[in-house]
Design a protein around this ligand. Structure first.
Ligand SMILES: [Zn+2]
Length: 233
Protein backbone atom coordinates (compact mmCIF):
# COMPACT_ATOMS: atom_id res chain seq x y z
CA UNK A 1 0.00 0.00 0.00
CA UNK A 2 1.35 3.49 0.75
CA UNK A 3 1.75 6.44 3.06
CA UNK A 4 -1.54 7.39 4.70
CA UNK A 5 -2.71 10.89 3.72
CA UNK A 6 -2.21 13.85 6.02
CA UNK A 7 -5.79 15.02 6.57
CA UNK A 8 -7.66 17.29 8.93
CA UNK A 9 -10.37 15.19 10.59
CA UNK A 10 -13.26 17.49 11.49
CA UNK A 11 -16.82 17.38 12.78
CA UNK A 12 -19.36 20.10 13.47
CA UNK A 13 -21.84 19.39 16.25
CA UNK A 14 -24.79 21.75 15.85
CA UNK A 15 -27.63 21.99 18.35
CA UNK A 16 -30.09 21.12 15.59
CA UNK A 17 -28.42 17.74 14.98
CA UNK A 18 -29.97 14.99 17.11
CA UNK A 19 -27.09 12.59 16.47
CA UNK A 20 -23.29 12.58 16.71
CA UNK A 21 -21.88 14.05 13.48
CA UNK A 22 -19.65 11.65 11.51
CA UNK A 23 -16.06 12.89 11.17
CA UNK A 24 -15.20 14.33 7.76
CA UNK A 25 -11.83 14.82 6.09
CA UNK A 26 -10.03 17.81 4.62
CA UNK A 27 -7.04 16.45 2.73
CA UNK A 28 -4.67 19.14 1.48
CA UNK A 29 -1.00 18.25 1.37
CA UNK A 30 1.06 20.85 3.29
CA UNK A 31 3.55 21.44 0.45
CA UNK A 32 5.29 24.61 -0.68
CA UNK A 33 2.38 25.51 -2.94
CA UNK A 34 -0.17 25.44 -0.10
CA UNK A 35 2.20 27.38 2.15
CA UNK A 36 2.56 30.11 -0.50
CA UNK A 37 -1.21 30.19 -1.01
CA UNK A 38 -1.72 30.67 2.76
CA UNK A 39 0.82 33.51 3.08
CA UNK A 40 -0.57 35.14 -0.04
CA UNK A 41 -4.07 35.03 1.46
CA UNK A 42 -2.79 36.49 4.77
CA UNK A 43 -1.25 39.42 2.93
CA UNK A 44 -4.21 39.93 0.59
CA UNK A 45 -6.77 39.86 3.45
CA UNK A 46 -4.49 41.67 5.92
CA UNK A 47 -4.83 38.86 8.47
CA UNK A 48 -1.38 38.97 10.14
CA UNK A 49 -2.57 40.45 13.47
CA UNK A 50 -5.76 38.36 13.69
CA UNK A 51 -3.86 35.18 12.94
CA UNK A 52 -1.18 35.91 15.52
CA UNK A 53 -3.83 36.65 18.14
CA UNK A 54 -5.84 33.47 17.50
CA UNK A 55 -3.40 30.74 16.39
CA UNK A 56 0.08 29.44 17.23
CA UNK A 57 2.26 30.54 14.28
CA UNK A 58 4.23 27.55 13.00
CA UNK A 59 6.48 27.01 9.97
CA UNK A 60 4.91 25.57 7.86
CA UNK A 61 1.80 27.50 8.91
CA UNK A 62 -0.67 24.65 8.09
CA UNK A 63 0.28 22.65 11.22
CA UNK A 64 -0.52 25.51 13.62
CA UNK A 65 -4.12 25.84 12.43
CA UNK A 66 -5.18 22.50 13.95
CA UNK A 67 -3.53 22.57 17.40
CA UNK A 68 -6.56 24.01 19.25
CA UNK A 69 -9.81 22.06 19.22
CA UNK A 70 -12.68 22.79 19.19
CA UNK A 71 -12.11 26.06 17.33
CA UNK A 72 -13.46 29.15 19.07
CA UNK A 73 -15.94 31.40 17.29
CA UNK A 74 -13.20 33.95 16.63
CA UNK A 75 -10.76 31.28 15.37
CA UNK A 76 -13.46 29.95 13.03
CA UNK A 77 -14.07 33.47 11.66
CA UNK A 78 -10.35 34.11 11.02
CA UNK A 79 -9.86 30.69 9.46
CA UNK A 80 -12.92 31.24 7.27
CA UNK A 81 -11.43 34.47 5.88
CA UNK A 82 -8.03 32.83 5.36
CA UNK A 83 -9.24 29.64 3.67
CA UNK A 84 -11.88 31.44 1.57
CA UNK A 85 -9.05 33.37 -0.05
CA UNK A 86 -7.01 30.17 -0.49
CA UNK A 87 -10.08 28.57 -2.15
CA UNK A 88 -10.30 31.49 -4.57
CA UNK A 89 -6.75 30.79 -5.73
CA UNK A 90 -7.33 27.36 -7.25
CA UNK A 91 -10.15 25.06 -8.32
CA UNK A 92 -8.37 22.16 -6.59
CA UNK A 93 -8.35 23.96 -3.21
CA UNK A 94 -11.90 25.25 -3.75
CA UNK A 95 -13.31 21.76 -4.30
CA UNK A 96 -11.57 20.29 -1.26
CA UNK A 97 -12.34 23.24 1.04
CA UNK A 98 -16.01 23.78 0.18
CA UNK A 99 -17.68 21.64 2.93
CA UNK A 100 -15.18 22.77 5.57
CA UNK A 101 -15.75 26.44 4.71
CA UNK A 102 -19.50 25.93 5.20
CA UNK A 103 -18.79 24.41 8.65
CA UNK A 104 -16.43 27.29 9.54
CA UNK A 105 -19.12 29.79 8.63
CA UNK A 106 -21.60 28.08 10.97
CA UNK A 107 -19.05 27.81 13.79
CA UNK A 108 -18.14 31.50 13.42
CA UNK A 109 -21.83 32.31 14.11
CA UNK A 110 -21.80 30.23 17.28
CA UNK A 111 -23.38 27.14 15.70
CA UNK A 112 -20.65 24.78 16.85
CA UNK A 113 -18.51 23.39 18.29
CA UNK A 114 -16.22 22.58 15.36
CA UNK A 115 -13.72 19.86 16.32
CA UNK A 116 -10.51 19.60 14.28
CA UNK A 117 -7.54 17.22 14.38
CA UNK A 118 -4.61 16.75 11.99
CA UNK A 119 -3.84 13.06 11.40
CA UNK A 120 -0.35 11.80 12.24
CA UNK A 121 1.97 10.77 9.35
CA UNK A 122 1.80 7.03 8.71
CA UNK A 123 2.19 4.13 6.30
CA UNK A 124 0.33 0.91 5.76
CA UNK A 125 1.78 -2.10 3.96
CA UNK A 126 1.78 -5.95 4.11
CA UNK A 127 -0.80 -5.92 6.90
CA UNK A 128 1.25 -3.59 9.12
CA UNK A 129 0.05 -0.11 10.01
CA UNK A 130 2.82 2.28 11.08
CA UNK A 131 2.70 5.73 12.66
CA UNK A 132 5.98 7.58 12.14
CA UNK A 133 7.40 9.54 15.08
CA UNK A 134 5.63 12.90 15.19
CA UNK A 135 5.04 15.90 17.41
CA UNK A 136 1.98 15.15 19.56
CA UNK A 137 1.04 18.85 19.55
CA UNK A 138 1.16 19.86 15.84
CA UNK A 139 1.51 16.33 14.28
CA UNK A 140 4.53 17.31 12.13
CA UNK A 141 6.76 14.32 11.40
CA UNK A 142 9.90 14.05 13.57
CA UNK A 143 13.08 15.17 11.77
CA UNK A 144 14.64 11.68 11.48
CA UNK A 145 14.93 9.16 8.61
CA UNK A 146 12.11 6.62 8.59
CA UNK A 147 12.48 2.92 9.43
CA UNK A 148 15.73 3.35 11.37
CA UNK A 149 14.48 3.62 14.96
CA UNK A 150 13.90 6.81 16.95
CA UNK A 151 15.66 8.31 19.98
CA UNK A 152 13.85 8.39 23.34
CA UNK A 153 15.55 11.59 24.44
CA UNK A 154 13.30 14.64 24.12
CA UNK A 155 13.71 16.94 21.12
CA UNK A 156 12.22 20.34 20.30
CA UNK A 157 9.71 20.17 17.43
CA UNK A 158 11.16 22.28 14.58
CA UNK A 159 7.63 23.28 13.52
CA UNK A 160 5.91 24.34 16.78
CA UNK A 161 8.76 24.24 19.38
CA UNK A 162 7.01 21.68 21.60
CA UNK A 163 9.29 19.27 23.50
CA UNK A 164 8.61 15.53 23.07
CA UNK A 165 10.21 12.10 22.87
CA UNK A 166 10.18 10.79 19.24
CA UNK A 167 10.29 7.10 20.28
CA UNK A 168 7.16 7.54 22.42
CA UNK A 169 5.07 8.64 19.43
CA UNK A 170 6.14 5.85 17.04
CA UNK A 171 3.74 2.91 16.71
CA UNK A 172 3.53 -0.16 14.47
CA UNK A 173 0.75 -2.74 14.64
CA UNK A 174 -0.96 -5.41 12.58
CA UNK A 175 -3.69 -4.03 10.34
CA UNK A 176 -6.26 -6.78 9.76
CA UNK A 177 -7.96 -4.76 7.01
CA UNK A 178 -4.69 -4.86 5.04
CA UNK A 179 -3.46 -8.35 5.94
CA UNK A 180 -5.82 -10.30 3.64
CA UNK A 181 -7.21 -12.28 6.62
CA UNK A 182 -10.47 -14.03 5.84
CA UNK A 183 -10.73 -15.20 2.23
CA UNK A 184 -13.41 -13.46 0.21
CA UNK A 185 -15.44 -15.28 -2.46
CA UNK A 186 -13.96 -14.97 -5.96
CA UNK A 187 -16.77 -12.69 -7.17
CA UNK A 188 -15.93 -10.27 -4.33
CA UNK A 189 -12.25 -10.30 -5.29
CA UNK A 190 -13.11 -9.49 -8.88
CA UNK A 191 -15.34 -6.67 -7.67
CA UNK A 192 -12.55 -5.28 -5.49
CA UNK A 193 -10.02 -5.45 -8.37
CA UNK A 194 -12.47 -3.66 -10.67
CA UNK A 195 -13.11 -1.02 -7.98
CA UNK A 196 -9.34 -0.49 -7.45
CA UNK A 197 -8.79 -0.14 -11.21
CA UNK A 198 -11.62 2.39 -11.38
CA UNK A 199 -10.21 4.41 -8.45
CA UNK A 200 -6.72 4.22 -10.04
CA UNK A 201 -8.10 5.57 -13.29
CA UNK A 202 -9.93 8.41 -11.47
CA UNK A 203 -6.75 9.29 -9.50
CA UNK A 204 -4.60 9.38 -12.69
CA UNK A 205 -7.23 11.47 -14.48
CA UNK A 206 -7.48 13.85 -11.48
CA UNK A 207 -3.68 14.10 -11.25
CA UNK A 208 -3.52 15.21 -14.89
CA UNK A 209 -6.30 17.75 -14.31
CA UNK A 210 -4.84 18.93 -10.99
CA UNK A 211 -1.38 19.46 -12.46
CA UNK A 212 -2.80 21.84 -15.03
CA UNK A 213 -4.97 23.49 -12.35
CA UNK A 214 -1.93 23.96 -10.13
CA UNK A 215 -0.03 25.59 -12.98
CA UNK A 216 -2.96 27.98 -13.54
CA UNK A 217 -3.14 28.71 -9.78
CA UNK A 218 0.60 29.48 -9.64
CA UNK A 219 0.38 31.87 -12.55
CA UNK A 220 -2.70 33.57 -10.98
CA UNK A 221 -0.74 33.96 -7.73
CA UNK A 222 2.18 35.51 -9.60
CA UNK A 223 -0.20 37.99 -11.27
CA UNK A 224 -1.84 38.84 -7.89
CA UNK A 225 1.56 39.42 -6.31
CA UNK A 226 2.70 41.62 -9.21
CA UNK A 227 -0.53 43.63 -8.94
CA UNK A 228 -0.02 44.09 -5.17
CA UNK A 229 3.56 45.24 -5.67
CA UNK A 230 2.44 47.65 -8.39
CA UNK A 231 -0.21 49.10 -6.03
CA UNK A 232 2.39 49.61 -3.31
CA UNK A 233 4.95 51.21 -5.36
ZN1 LIG B 1 5.10 20.40 16.84
Amino acid sequence: MADTGICVVWSLQTEAADHEEQPRFLCLFPDQDLEEALWDAIEEQNLQAALQAEFPITRPLWYGLWIDSPLSQRQSAVLYMLLSDVARQSILYRRELRPFLAALRQASKGQGPLNVRLSAPGHTDFGISTKFAHCPRCKAEAPFPRWQGYPSDPIICPVCKYEYSPAATYASREDKMDSGEGEKPKRWQQGIIFFCLLIGWIIIRDLCINQSLDAIARSRRRRRRAKREKRRG
